[in-house]
Ligand binder design. Structure first.
Ligand code: G6Q
Length: 554
C-alpha cells in the first residue's frame, strides 16, 4: 500500500511548499536575472520555458528526488520494453513501438512486434497512395473524394485532432469527415454532404463491439446500399481498423480491407497504429512517417534524459507540485494555434481517462489528489471568454501556452499579433498589476479621485499565476508527433509518481452497462404499455416522462 504523504520526499515537499508560498513570481524574477536560462528545456523540436512557476533551484531538486523515489525512470523503461504496465487488463502499453525507428526487436510475450507493425504500415501506405492518387475507385468508377471516419473515443479524437492540426499539409482533393456521436444528427448531417459513389467509410474500432460505432456504421452502410450500389460494392467503400477480424467479417467488411492493430495498443494511445489511417490519407505516407519520427524522437528523450533535463517528467512534476501542494484542481491548455483547436479535447481524454483514478496499482485508495481537470480553447479566443477568471478569479489554474514561431499561413501581421498576445498573457498572469500602479495610471489619465477609489480594487491583478510556454519553429507532422508524445509521457510520469495505472478505464463501464439496461427497459415499457419502476424515482420519472412525450409525438 502506498501512502505518499508519509514518504520522506513527499513530506519534504510539503514543508518546502509552505516556504515557497511566501514569495511571488514577480519577486523571483526580480531576484534572479538568470531565471529564464535556468528553467528551460529542449526536446524533439520543442522548447519549454518553465521559469514562470512557483519554483526555486531547491524545488527542482526536491521534485526530482520525488521522481527518483517513485522510480519514474525504471517505470519508463518497463513501458518501453513491453512489460505488463497495465496489470488490471494484463497488458503491455507499447504505443512507442508503433513509432520506433531503430532496428532492435521489441518483444511482447517473447515475440518481436516490429515486423507486424511494419507490415501494417506498408499495407496502409499502399492503400493510402491508391486513394490519394485516384486509383482506388468507387463502384461507379469515380475516384474517392470524401473519407468518413466512423469511430469514437480513442478511435476518433486522435485522428480528428491530428488531421485538423495538419490541415495545411492535407491532400486537396480529399475531404475528411469524422462521425462519432450516436446522436443520429452527426451521421445524418455528414451523409448530406457526401456522395455514395465517391465516399470511403473507415470503420475504426479496436474491439468492433462499440455500440455507437456499430450503430453509425450500420446507418452508413444502409445509406450506401440505398443508392445504386449493391452488396458487392461494399468492399470498395468500407474498410475497417480493428484488432477483431471476426467481428469485422460479421459486420460485412472484407477482412482484406482490414488494417490490424493489437491489444497492447490502448485506445487513447492508438493514433500511431492503423487508427491513424485518416491522418495518413490526409497527409500521405511520407507525412505520416515524419509524424512517427517526431514521436520517436520524444520517446528517446523521455527514455534517456536525466530527470532534471527530461521535459515530460518536468511537466509531470509541475502538475504534481500544483495539484498536491498548492491545491490546484484544473489545468488549462491554451494553444495559440487555430489548427490545434481540438488539441485540448484530445488531451482531456488522454489525461483524464488515464489519470482520473482513485486507487493505486495495488488497489488501495489514494490519499492525495490525482489527475486534474484538463480544459482549454485556442488563443486568442479564450482571452475574450474565460481568461477573466484566470487573471482575477479565486482559483489557481496552472496553464500550458503552446506557440509556433512561424505561421503555416503567413498573412499581414496576424502571426506577430498572435505571438504578442500569447506572451502578453503569460507576462500578465505572472506580473499582475498592483493597486498602486492602478491608482497611478488612473491619476495620470486624469480620472477623478472618487472614481479611482471605487474602481481601484476591481482593476487590480494579483498576478502570481504560473504558466509554461511550449515553443516550436512550426507546427508540422514532426513537431505535432513529438508534442503528442510529450503529453503521453507527461501523463505516464504523473501516474508513475501517484502509483496509479494510466492505461485502464474501468470508470467508463458502469454508464455503458446502465445504458443497455435503460434502452431495453424503455423499449419494453413502450411495447407493454407500462411504466418503468425498476430504477430510482428520478430515473424512472425521466424514462416515463420521455416515453409519454414520444408516444404523444408518434
Ligand atoms: C480509450 C478508450 C476508449 C475507446 C472507445 C472506442 O482509451 O478505451 O475511448 O477508444 O471506447 O473503443 P473501440 O475502438 O473499441 O470502438
Amino acid at each position: 500500500m502506498t501512502n505518499l504523504p508519509k514518504t520522506p520526499k513527499w513530506a519534504a515537499l510539503t514543508e518546502h511548499a509552505t516556504e515557497q508560498k511566501n514569495t511571488t513570481l514577480a519577486a523571483r524574477f526580480k531576484a534572479d536575472d538568470q531565471r529564464f536560462e535556468k528553467f528551460q528545456l529542449n526536446a524533439a523540436g520543442w522548447f519549454l520555458d518553465f521559469s514562470k512557476n512557483h519554483i526555486s533551484d531547491e524545488t527542482v531538486v526536491k521534485l526530482a528526488e520525488l521522481a527518483e523515489a517513485q522510480n519514474v525512470s525504471a517505470k519508463f523503461n518497463a513501458m518501453f520494453e513491453g512489460d505488463v504496465v497495465n496489470p488490471t487488463e494484463g497488458r503491455a502499453a507499447l504505443h512507442s513501438a508503433l513509432r520506433y525507428q531503430g532496428s532492435d526487436a521489441i518483444k511482447v510475450d517473447g515475440d518481436d512486434v516490429m515486423p507486424g507493425i511494419r507490415s501494417v504500415l506498408d499495407r496502409m501506405a499502399a492503400f493510402a497512395n491508391r486513394v490519394r492518387d485516384g486509383e482506388w475507385l468507387g463502384f461507379s468508377g469515380k475516384r474517392i473524394t470524401d473519407v468518413v471516419n466512423v469511430g469514437i473515443g480513442g478511435s476518433d479524437l486522435g485522428p480528428l485532432m491530428a488531421t485538423e492540426a495538419l490541415k495545411p499539409f492535407t491532400h486537396e482533393a480529399l475531404n475528411l469527415h469524422f462521425v462519432s456521436n450516436v446522436d443520429g444528427s452527426h451521421m445524418v448531417s455528414t451523409l448530406k454532404k457526401v456522395n455514395p459513389e465517391t465516399t470511403l467509410f473507415i470503420v475504426a474500432s479496436k474491439t468492433f463491439t462499440t455500440i455507437e460505432t456499430l450503430t453509425n456504421a450500420t446507418t452508413a452502410k444502409d445509406w450506401f446500399l440505398e443508392s445504386k450500389a449493391g452488396e458487392q460494392d461494399v468492399a470498395k467503400h468500407f474498410v475497417a481498423l480493428s484488432t477483431n477480424a471476426e467481428k469485422v467479417a460479421a459486420f460485412g467488411i472484407d477482412t482484406n480491407n482490414m488494417f490490424e492493430f493489437w491489444d497492447w495498443v490502448g485506445g487513447r494511445y492508438s493514433l500511431w497504429s492503423a487508427i491513424g489511417m485518416p491522418l495518413m490519407l490526409a497527409i500521405g505516407p511520407d507525412g505520416f512517417t515524419r509524424f512517427l519520427e517526431g514521436a520517436a524522437a520524444m520517446d528517446e528523450h523521455a527514455k534517456n534524459a536525466p530527470v532534471r533535463e527530461n521535459m515530460p517528467v518536468t511537466l509531470a512534476l509541475l502538475t504534481v507540485w500544483y495539484s498536491n501542494f498548492f491545491g490546484a484542481t484544473s489545468h488549462l491548455i491554451a494553444p495559440y494555434d487555430q489548427y490545434l483547436h481540438r488539441f485540448p479535447a484530445y488531451l482531456q481524454q488522454l489525461t483524464m481517462e488515464s489519470n482520473g483514478k482513485s486507487v493505486h496499482v495495488d488497489g488501495s485508495s489514494v490519499s492525495v489528489s490525482t489527475g486534474p481537470v484538463v480544459w482549454g480553447e485556442p488563443g486568442t479566443n479564450g482571452q475574450h471568454a474565460y481568461f477573466q477568471l484566470l487573471h482575477q478569479g479565486t482559483h489557481l489554474i496552472p496553464a500550458d501556452f503552446i506557440l509556433a514561431a512561424e505561421s503555416c499561413n503567413p498573412c499581414g501581421n496576424h502571426h506577430e499579433l498572435l505571438i504578442a498576445n500569447c506572451l502578453a498573457q503569460t507576462e500578465a498572469l505572472m506580473q499582475g498589476k498592483s493597486t498602486e500602479d492602478v491608482v497611478e495610471e488612473m491619476r495620470s489619465a486624469g480620472v477623478p479621485n472618487d472614481k479611482i477609489e471605487s474602481l481601484k480594487t476591481h482593476r487590480t491583478f494579483a498576478g502570481n499565476r504560473p504558466t509554461n510556454t511550449l515553443l516550436t519553429q512550426r507546427l508540422d507532422a514532426y513537431t505535432l508527433g513529438s508534442l503528442i508524445a510529450l503529453y503521453e509521457h507527461k501523463v505516464f510520469a504523473e501516474a508513475a509518481i501517484w502509483d496509479i495505472n494510466p492505461f485502464d478505464q474501468w470508470g467508463v463501464e458502469l454508464g455503458k452497462q446502465l445504458a443497455t439496461t435503460i434502452y431495453n427497459d424503455m423499449q419494453d415499457a413502450v411495447k407493454d404499455g407500462k411504466s418503468v419502476t425498476s430504477h430510482d424515482s428520478s430515473t424512472n420519472g425521466l424514462i416515463n416522462r420521455i416515453n409519454a412525450s414520444r408516444s404523444r409525438l408518434a
